[in-house]
Design a protein around this ligand. Structure first.
Ligand code: HEC
Length: 123
């Protein structure tokens, strides 16, 4: 009787060992995770960052009747001026003009990224 119980325990134990071995082998043979590169510009829309900056620090002048050329509340005007905006606000840093509130580095980076990603306007 004792022998039988022992045998049953032994068989169960063996099964557990075999199972765990199988699992290990299975884990090892699993293919490596494939990392699909995410398009960094996928969600870079005017509405996600650039808009609030332009509205706060450019539109004060760049609006109909304002001192700056072009109405930056208009999408087509912004699109037509993307290269110039990058040049003046990101590269030369001559906009906003001298006595207006200036852009901080993070804002310049947001504008640069938005323009470099193609100046997309969201849905
Ligand atoms: C205090 C008013 C004022 C603010 C604020 C301002 N601008 Fe200007 N901007 C001007 C004036 C005036 C001119 C024309 C004179 C010159 O080119 O410097 C100009 C010219 C420009 C030009 C050149 C336009 C051209 O056709 O050559 C660009 C581009 C520009 N601004 C972008 C910006 C951006 C981007 C911002 C915000 C980050 C900004 N400006 C904020 C007054 C302003």
């Amino acid at each position: 009787m004792l022998k039988t119980k022992f045998a049953i325990v032994l068989v169960l134990f063996a099964l557990i060992v075999v199972q765990s071995c199988k699992k290990e082998v299975f884990d090892v043979s699993e293919p490596e995770e494939i990392v699909v590169p995410v398009d960094e510009c996928l969600d870079v829309f005017y509405q996600n960052g650039a808009k609030s900056i332009v509205e706060a620090k450019c539109v004060t002048c760049h609006i109909a009747g304002g001192s700056g050329p072009g109405d930056y509340t208009k999408t087509d005007v912004l699109i037509a001026n993307l290269a110039k905006i990058k040049q003046r606000a990101v590269v030369d840093k001559t906009m906003p003009s001298a006595f207006a509130p200036q852009l901080i580095d993070a804002e310049i980076e947001t504008l640069r990224n938005w323009i470099d990603c193609g100046g997309q306007f969201g849905p």
